[in-house]
Ligand binder design. Structure first.
Ligand code: URP
Ligand code: ZN
Ligand code: ZN
Length: 548
């Protein structure tokens, strides 16, 4: 047969075009696009019945099989998903490529060892889809950077690093940020920045001093420690200041950077202004910033109304950093940023911690034993399980992050494309094509180019074909015991997910296998490599002599 699979009668969409084209697939690769392909030439045929056919999602920001110590001194949470369950959840929501984080802890002197160990974790379970790694650097010894970064690029195809400006266990000083950015620039490594001012957060949260007359009345002293107050410890200026500072550092040494999980309208504005004067700054936002706020409106689904209500541990489900913005106007500003190009990519930041688990959100109760006495949650909710029932906790010990790898594409399709906020082409660009280009996977991923692109595809339901439904956690395939998007309405969902030519998800049935995914070595970013070569230097901002 000429084709293993032909998809007929779909509206094929790329980041630039759409059209009624049939798609022929052979040996896991896109083989042909044509107005009509003879079904007799194919072993298998799928009738898309007029639904959109989009490239499979590339989720460039997921945390899997990762222990994450996000409190200042708090116990570490363990991600609920490993590569098997995380990738299973991904394909059921239309994502066919994942980039996860191999994380260096301060005790790890070798990044190569970190990557080898993390890779062993991934290989233990396998993955339902292809995957790659970024590396988190928390101990940037110069000798190690010089010796190991080139090996990471050459042998592992790891061409991106993430640096933190907050979290005691991960925070780098400005000096250290410059050290890494400088080495990264030489190797065309993309520098991803978690921009929050860690000192500001620690100060606002407060430390109890022995000499009480020296105590400033901060959140802890005021007893404002329940999970709902997490956002108070990180008002938007915390992210905005760090974003501005990182831009100054990057520009000084001419290193293009990408801001991950941008949550506030004001940080987005700083990024937009910098882009407008021509400096290459890239940015990512995530579903939690488009759909959650400090205080959701009464018309929102019930789960979201709980966010930020005091004295209820259930708010810990929504704790992520940066936190979502205070109100609806922040969300609208981020939607604008998705439309006008401020945001290059849209990722999930899937960082799943079970609610009812001693290694999950409940760390925030257990690490804060004092809170276990006397305080009761005012919400009488049967979902509040034994570990945390009737308890409060301290937000600073709660592992940060929300699950979302499976809901990423459906949320943007339903609330972006179907509600007219973005075009379907922009949807493809944000969810697939741009992340593939950003992280050196294009055109194997993120495109539908005959002979060049893997046959990773999503076929959506034609309009009106799927009955609208309210999401519950039972719909999802992660190993997490909640979704922040409980109760939200969906009128479309990936009908089929196809990974390297194989149907892995079909109308609610999981068909894939964790043996199918392969590790991807990546090339340099197509965006930042070009940018480094074309940056114009302003001696008022740039150490122009550095490269002379
Ligand atoms: O709260 C978040 N975003 N948790 C995930 C870890 C990170 O910083 O990406
Ligand atoms: Zn982060
Ligand atoms: Zn993250």
């Amino acid at each position: 047969m000429l084709y293993d699979l032909v998809i007929k009668n779909g509206t094929m969409v790329t980041s630039g075009d759409q059209g009624r084209l049939d798609i022929g697939i052979k040996d896991g690769v896109i083989a042909a696009l044509a107005p009509s392909i003879d079904p007799e030439l194919a072993t298998e045929v799928i009738d898309a019945q007029g639904g959109y056919v989009t490239p499979g999602g590339v989720d460039a920001h997921v945390h899997l099989a990762q222990e994450f110590n996000s409190g200042p001194s708090g116990g570490a949470g363990m991600c609920a998903d490993d590569f098997e369950s995380g990738s299973r959840s991904a394909i059921c929501g239309g994502t066919t490529t994942l980039i996860a984080f191999a994380m260096q802890n301060r005790g790890d002197s070798s990044l190569l060892q970190v990557v080898e160990d993390y890779h062993a974790e991934a290989m233990k379970t396998g993955s339902y889809c292809d995957w790659a790694y970024h590396v988190i650097i928390s101990r940037p010894d110069m000798q190690m950077l010089k010796a190991e970064l080139p090996v990471l690029v050459d042998q592992w195809g790891i061409t991106s690093v993430k640096l933190f400006m907050t979290y005691a266990a991960l925070q780098l000083s400005d000096y250290q940020l410059l050290d890494v950015m400088y080495e990264a620039r030489k190797l065309s490594i993309t520098t991803m920045i978690h921009a929050e001012n860690g000192d500001l957060i620690t100060w606002l949260t407060g430390r109890r001093l022995l000499l009480t007359h020296l105590t400033v009345e901060k959140l802890e002293e005021k007893g404002m420690i329940d999970p709902g107050y997490h956002a108070e410890s990180r008002p938007p200026i915390v992210e905005t200041e760090a974003t501005s500072r990182a831009i100054v550092l990057a520009e000084m040494i001419q290193n293009p950077i990408l801001f991950v999980h941008v949550g506030s309208a004001t940080a987005a504005k700083v990024i937009r202004d910098t882009q407008s004067r021509g400096y290459p700054v890239y940015a990512e936002t995530c579903p939690q910033y488009l759909h959650l706020t400090w205080e959701d409106l009464a018309s929102s689904p019930t789960a979201l109304k709980r966010f930020h209500s005091p004295q209820c541990f259930e708010n810990s489900k929504m704790i992520c950093s940066p936190p979502p913005g205070p109100g609806k106007s922040d969300q609208e500003a981020l939607w604008t940023g998705l439309r006008n190009g401020t945001f290059t990519i849209y990722s999930s930041d899937h960082c799943p911690f079970r609610y009812n688990d001693v290694r999950g959100k409940a760390v925030g109760v257990l690490e804060h034993a004092a809170s276990m006495a006397d305080v009761t949650c005012p919400i009488d909710n049967e979902h509040v399980q034994e570990i945390v029932h009737g308890k409060t906790g301290h937000f600073k010990y709660v592992p940060n992050g929300c699950p979302g790898v499976e809901t990423r594409l459906p949320l943007l399709f339903n609330y972006g494309v179907e509600r007219g906020r973005i075009t379907v082409e922009r949807f493809v660009e944000l969810t697939s094509t741009a992340p593939a280009k950003m992280y050196g996977l294009y055109p194997k991923k993120g495109a539908l180019l005959p002979g060049l692109s893997d046959a990773d595809l999503v076929i959506w339901y034609p309009p009106g074909r799927l009955d609208e439904f309210s999401l519950t956690n039972e719909h999802l395939h992660h190993d997490t015991d909640y979704t922040p998007y409980e109760g939200m309405r969906f009128g479309n969902w990936p009908r089929y997910t196809i990974s390297k030519g194989k149907v892995v998800w079909k109308e609610g049935a999981l068909l894939g296998s964790p043996a199918a995914g392969k590790y991807l070595k990546r090339a340099a970013s197509q965006f930042t490599k070009a940018a480094v070569e074309s940056i114009a230097s302003d001696p008022a901002r740039v150490a122009t002599w550095l490269y002379q």
